[in-house]
Design a protein around this ligand. Structure first.
Ligand code: HPA
Length: 274
């Protein structure tokens, strides 16, 4: 498998994006999780490009993900917003996000902020936001399977950048947002977990559970992009309360927290010196 750094389709994607907004240059990119499109409410949109118009970009088939790249100004800074991601469970392909992350890298992105909807395993209540400080990959998959170069042996000892995470924490403190911190467990999905699985992964040190984010984290670190990640807690893990888990519940809960995520991203952009 090629690493996509310089393939014709990556170059065509970069050209397609650049042609839509000449001179637009952003150091930060944001991937929006399920139901979080409202994070971009009120931002100045320079261009919105459907994934279908970007060579090599996968189409997303999950409701709650609209599938477009937004070039925007937020808090006076340029930002790429990926509204919609492709998940491992859609095709059984952990490298499905490789074209997108590779293109962000080619566009000069230095910092990637990932967001997701997640289930809480104890400390965070639905409606709150958790800063991901580390992850556990319970799928046995890697988006780097098949790559040939030695860059694939990526260190994950600091998957989430401490400096960027500190800036998010400072923003939260200043804005009065209660920001939990914890470990995210990546499960393959698309089925939700069993109560027994939830018990097991709690004992193994996870604080939140979801079906995304980890492949993007690994890919970004492979390209040398710094990563920070936020989980929007939409429910307690299976068996922890009487709620019945469903994608509709995720979609109805996530927007309630979108304003907090927007505040955190605005604050983070304020720290960027570009
Ligand atoms: N499990 C997995 N993924 C999720 C959950 C959950 O409880 N909630 C939102 N995404």
């Amino acid at each position: 498998m090629e690493n996509n750094d310089n393939t014709a389709s990556a170059q065509a994607a970069v050209a397609a994006i650049r042609s839509r907004a000449k001179g637009f240059d952003a150091a930060l990119a944001l991937i929006l999780g399920s139901g979080l499109d409202a994070v971009t409410d009120g931002v100045e949109v320079i261009a919105e490009i459907p994934y279908a118009d970007i060579p090599g970009f996968p189409s997303t088939g999950v409701s709650g993900h609209s599938g477009s790249l937004i070039l925007a100004m937020m808090n006076g800074k340029a930002i790429y917003v990926l509204s919609g991601r492709i998940h491992y469970y859609e095709q059984g392909d952990a490298s499905a996000m490789l074209p997108m992350i590779s293109v962000l890298n080619s566009l000069g992105v230095k910092v990637l902020v990932l967001t997701n909807a997640a289930g809480s395993l104890l400390n965070s209540a639905p409606g709150s936001v958790m800063l991901i400080k580390d992850y556990i990959n319970f799928t046995g998959q890697s988006p780097l399977f098949g790559l040939k170069d030695n860059r694939r042996f990526v260190s994950m000892s600091e998957a989430y950048d401490k400096g960027i995470s500190d800036q998010i924490k400072q923003t939260a403190a200043g804005a009065g947002i209660q920001l939990a911190q914890g470990v995210y467990a990546w499960m393959a999905g698309p089925q939700f977990e069993t109560p027994a699985e939830i018990k097991a992964i709690r004992m193994m040190g996870a604080d939140a559970v979801g079906m995304s984010t980890v492949p993007e984290t690994i890919l970004a670190r492979y390209f040398g992009i710094k990563v920070a990640a936020l989980s929007v807690i939409t429910n307690y893990g299976a068996g922890m309360d009487d709620a019945r888990l469903s994608h509709d519940q995720t979609l109805s809960y996530a927007p309630k927290t979108a304003a907090d995520v927007r505040t955190l991203i605005n604050g983070l952009l304020g720290y960027l010196n570009t």
